[in-house]
Design a protein. Structure first.
Ligand code: UDP
Length: 366
């Protein structure tokens, strides 16, 4: 008889939702977390009552009513709507690409004028069947916007040329012929009132959690403790990198306290030129409409990544996808182990999809 029904490795959204649901179903769970705190990358650190998104800004958005109702059982959401501003050498443009952007870029006034401008630039570029991010971007919004707002940002972000990147990355962003600066098309959006830690704490309430335990290093001590293991860490690390390592894009954050009430007037400002070394500056208080007399900003620098560094964005190119497929085959043969979440599925996951997936996996098992 095992001591636990489930040993859950990792306390991010996948692990926390899985643990919560299984506990609710009467199962005994143990959660292991190698960091000294729970929550994975949604974890926030509080300073002078400002919550700092330590592992990068997280804005919750979803169109999945089941997921929205689910998270609202644990926390309330404020009505924050993400409306980042792009800063290209001091010229400011609204994002995502919408009539405000087009008007500022070209002086156009109507949607028809904007569409004509984009069509003209697409035609000039001669792209019919976009094969990479550059071609996809130009065919969606034309050369000017590609050059000023996409090329530099994307090449900094991914450390690769836009011609070597998959088109799907840019399809994340809406293109709109209305004056609407909402970055997301989703039906529901916001930041948890009280912060993401509150959501994680509520999910993990009453569940045994051990932080500072690296499962991959202490497997012998833990793997027989439970009937089933739910592994949410990097899949290649689980298999000891036997087939080689999957690549990630890293990030480096520089946080600064400023003696001013309002530094940039918006939570997210993207620096879209190639010359500025950071991709964006986050002013955390604006996620929660903070009125504190001081502010905290974080400059976000993309960084090369090597195994052992904090893994942020999976680099989902053909080479890595092929390698992932091989690991996924190994994973299938691994008895009584479930692999889930961004790192174990090597997927550029949004938070709502991770939660949705965890709920689905649980449902399939009960
Ligand atoms: N992007 C861009 N310019 C911007 C913002 C985004 O070119 O000002 C592109 C870039 O290629 C980025 C992709 O759009 O990788 C997706 O952006 P998103 O904001 O979804 O990225 P995330 O918030 O996940 O880092």
């Amino acid at each position: 008889m095992s001591m636990y029904d489930f040993l859950i490795v990792g306390s991010g959204l996948f692990g926390a939702v899985f643990a919560h649901e299984m506990k609710a179903a009467g199962k005994k769970c143990l959660v292991l977390e190698r960091r000294d705190h729970t929550g994975g990358n949604v974890y926030c650190e509080e300073k002078e009552s400002i919550r700092i998104h330590r592992y990068g800004a997280h804005i919750f958005h979803t169109s999945d009513k089941t997921v929205w109702d689910y998270v609202n059982r644990f926390v309330e959401f404020n009505n924050y709507i993400n409306s980042p501003v792009a800063n290209y050498k001091g010229e400011l443009y609204n994002l995502p690409f919408n009539m405000n952007t087009f008007a500022r870029m070209w002086g156009v006034v109507t949607p028809a004028e904007a569409a004509a401008k984009i069509a003209e630039q697409r035609k000039e570029a001669g792209i019919t069947d976009p094969k990479n991010l550059e071609e996809q971007a130009i065919s969606l919004i034309g050369t000017d916007i590609y050059t000023k707002l996409i090329k530099g940002y994307t090449e900094k972000q991914w450390g690769r040329s836009c011609t070597e990147l998959p088109a799907f990355i840019i399809k994340r962003l809406p293109v709109r012929y209305t004056f609407d600066n909402n970055y997301f098309n989703d039906r529901y959006q916001g930041i948890p009132v009280g912060g993401y830690n509150k959501l994680i704490d509520a999910l993990l309430s009453g569940i045994e959690v051990r932080t500072g335990v690296d499962y991959n290093k202490e497997r012998a001590a833990y793997q027989d403790m439970a009937e089933t293991i739910v592994y949410t860490g990097p899949i290649d690390e689980y298999f000891g990198y036997t087939l080689g390592n999957l690549e990630y894009r890293g990030l480096h954050f520089e946080t600064e306290r400023l003696e001013e009430q309002n530094h940039q007037g918006v939570a997210v400002m993207n620096y879209t030129d190639r010359g500025t070394p950071w991709t964006r500056i986050i002013e955390h208080k604006h996620f929660e409409f903070g009125t504190q007399p001081v502010t905290y900003i974080t400059r976000e620098y993309p960084a090369d990544w090597k195994p052992g560094d904090e893994a942020y964005y999976p680099v989902n190119n053909d080479k890595n996808q092929a390698l992932y497929a091989k690991y996924a085959e190994l994973a299938k043969k691994e008895k009584n182990v479930i692999f889930g979440g961004r790192l174990a599925e090597y997927k550029y996951y949004d938070m709502d999809d991770v939660i949705g997936r965890a709920l689905e996996v649980v449902k399939g098992m009960l």
